[in-house]
Design a protein around this ligand. Structure first.
Ligand code: ADP
Ligand code: MG
Length: 197
């Protein structure tokens, strides 16, 4: 894993990687020492402004993703951290399910920007799993399923939840260079999250 590099849509090298044995190991062992404070679940001594980490496609890494998200929001209360981690996990689920980032040796990057009034998270994936591309000069944005929050809905929950609970969200609109983001304001007073019956 190369944590700090840019995620490009194409990674010709990945298919040519020589086989290595599978291993079960503590997740701390895959985190370089310089990045361990991203996963500590504790606030930094100083306020960070931007934090970025690249994850591999293995589902076994998802606890690390949740630790990253929770730690990005470690300076806020448990309610905010829970919601931020929940919404961030939906972006990751979508990158793994609907983009090439979920393929063997795939990867995606999470970037958290800390603003005065909230956190902005971007998930950059490796482009549409089907290989679909967006013609130059056009953008086709993701659209939430209007029935995604229905109690019986079996799909379409991720973007519908983002639409309902994030302060704002959007995506790059380019299938081969997909970046999906949301902003979650610290003040959840008017959020549907706090107003739920
Ligand atoms: N990162 C992504 N790359 C490509 N398509 C995406 C991505 N995220 C979401 N989508 C598209 O948006 C649709 C709705 O996403 P979501 O609401 O999370 O529902 P679900 O994941 O259950 O299909 C997906 O079915 C997919 O077509
Ligand atoms: Mg989804």
């Amino acid at each position: 894993m190369v944590p700090m590099s840019a995620v490009g849509p194409h990674d010709p090298g990945a298919t040519e990687l020589p086989p290595l044995p599978q291993a079960t190991l503590p997740l701390w062992d895959v985190v370089p020492a310089r990045a361990r404070h991203y996963f500590h679940h504790a606030p930094d001594r100083g306020a960070y402004t931007t934090r970025r980490y690249e994850f591999g496609s293995s589902l076994e890494l998802l606890p690390l993703v949740r630790a990253f998200l929770n730690t990005c929001a470690a300076h806020r209360d448990a309610d905010y951290r829970y919601l931020f981690t929940l919404l961030g996990s939906e972006l990751v689920n979508n990158a793994l399910t609907h983009s090439r980032s979920g393929h063997p040796h795939g990867r995606y990057a999470l970037t958290c920007r800390r603003r005065g009034n909230g956190l902005h998270l971007t998930c950059a994936d490796q482009g549409d799993a089907s290989g679909r591309t967006t013609p130059a000069g056009e953008t086709h944005h993701l659209v939430p399923d209007p029935h995604g929050l229905d109690p019986g809905a079996e799909r379409g929950r991720g973007l519908a939840m983002l639409d309902a609970l994030a302060t704002g969200w959007g995506d790059s609109g380019i299938a081969e260079l997909r970046q999906v983001w949301f902003f979650l304001a610290y003040d959840l007073t008017d959020s549907r999250w706090t107003q739920a019956p």
